[in-house]
Unconditional design. Sequence first.
Length: 200
Amino acid sequence: MMNNIVKHQFTVSKQQRNIHKNHNAFLIWFTGLSGSGKSTISNSLEQALHNSGIHTYTLDGDNVRTGLNNNLSFSAKDRTENIRRIAEVSNLMIDAGLIVLAAFVSPFQKDRENISKIVGKENFIEIFVDTPLEECERRDVKGLYKKARAGEITNFTGIGSVYEAPTNPNLTIDTTQCSVEDAVMHILNYINPKLKLKNG
């Protein structure tokens, strides 16, 4: 089957789309335990970028699993496939000239390394929202930790399944020590040089 697939070369390039939007395109990937604050920070960051005229799109775990990945379970195999699909979608959005913000537990190091391979290392910014399990469980905003402790949810990351923390993320944020506003400013300071076009 793959022998019959020929990749089409389009006239309009990623570089041209970047110039049209007046900024570079790349992926900002938030990883961390459920309840760590990934989506909250990602949402606030997108608002700040949008207010500055940056073209963005956010991919979020729960939202993607209600559509694109609604046929996947939470087994290790399906979690890997979940992240692979999201990486491929992110890659298309980067090619379209967008800043993609993705907030996913993404517990396995090999899966996050694969994201970098799919979108290109130069297009991948990994942000580890390093909020301790105890704090995430105390918040339990969705009631998932309570269900996991009661045995109602199996393979829940941090309880029944391991979370492999990033060994060398671009940024690390501990929400017990850093407000959402401070986290957003920290990220903006990091990505602003990367946003600028070489001829800008």
